[in-house]
Design a protein around this ligand. Structure first.
Ligand code: URA
Length: 201
């Protein structure tokens, strides 16, 4: 079992905050272990809690459509959330819940090493950049510690808040953000055999 699979198993039975008492299933996240792009949402809703998978409800269908608009499938990206268990009645996650879950997202980032992290909504933005506000930085691309970030409104804001055109525009920035991220990505370490040949030159 890979380190990421072990982490997913650990999250599935996490007892670290009160959300474990009301959840049906924890929603650790899903996607390729070597994904270049990681999407970070807020927390599971009703359908996610039922299925144990992120973004499978209405916001998820829109997310897939928006990814498709730039030639991506959901299986191309790693999708997860700031909190891994559904807050009752889909209320906002509490600071204590976000903190209880913090090490899980930290470890997911460490293991997957995405080049580009897309933050979806204000809770995800605040997890990485607590001083910023979404209305000011949405659509922005920036780099910190070797990872590029693209900040977006949450897809639910397109469904309920009339921000569809804005979010479509933000998704159109993914190719640019990814190409910037690839340009600055650290080159892979040389193959051992190549190293050996260099030593013998
Ligand atoms: N909204 C989120 O933020 N995450 C999900 O997984 C589903 C809806």
């Amino acid at each position: 079992m890979s380190a990421l699979q072990e982490l997913v198993t650990r999250i599935a039975s996490c007892p670290n905050c009160d959300l474990c008492k009301t959840r049906t299933r924890a929603v650790p996240g899903e996607g390729p272990e070597n994904a270049e792009i990681m999407l970070v949402g807020e927390g599971p809703g009703y359908h996610e809690d039922q299925q144990g998978r992120p973004f499978v409800g209405a916001a998820g269908r829109l997310l897939e459509e928006l990814l498709g608009s730039v030639g991506l499938k959901r299986t191309d990206v790693y999708i997860t959330n700031v909190v891994k268990c559904r807050p009752p009645q889909n209320r906002d996650p509490l600071p204590v819940e976000i903190d209880a879950c913090r090490t899980y997202l930290e470890r997911q980032i460490e293991l997957i090493r995405p080049l580009l992290i897309i933050t979806l909504g204000r809770y995800s933005l605040a997890w990485f950049f607590p001083r910023d506000t979404i209305s000011r930085v949405h659509g922005h691309i920036r780099e910190r510690d070797g990872i590029h970030f693209l900040h977006m409104y949450h897809p639910a804001a397109a469904l309920h808040g009339g921000l569809r055109a804005v979010i479509e525009q933000e998704f159109r920035k993914i190719p640019e953000a990814l190409s910037k991220a690839r340009q600055t990505a650290a080159p892979a370490p040389p193959e051992p055999a190549v190293e050996q040949m260099r030593l013998f030159k």
